[in-house]
Design a binder for this molecule. Sequence first.
Ligand code: SF4
Ligand code: SF4
Length: 106
Amino acid sequence: MKIRRIENLSELPCVSEVPLGGILSNVGNSAQYRTGSWRTQRPIFKADICTNCLLCWINCPDGSIAVAEGKVTGIDEMHCKGCGICAYVCPTKPTKAMSMEQGGEY
Ligand code: SF4
Ligand code: SF4
């Protein structure tokens, strides 16, 4: 953004010409942005031992557990923040169907 020095107050725009701040002009577009890029850990899903209890899906704060026809199908890598809640709540033993690994990239 270019900053212009104003020498004369009459050059200032009138209040009605100043755009309002804090206005979302294009709502409902969060899915278009890659918000998981700062992830430092990533969830690893093992479909072969998943019981499809959907605890991970219910608890994921980002809605990043992909589900189709009542079954977990994977992770939304574009939006998952790597918080680890899905792995924490996953009940399968002795191996978790959802676990965390270091590193954000798949
Ligand atoms: S790590 Fe966090 S954001 Fe990513 S899928 Fe699991 S619960 Fe959701
Ligand atoms: S919590 Fe674990 S067992 Fe349950 S659906 Fe998620 S990955 Fe599968």
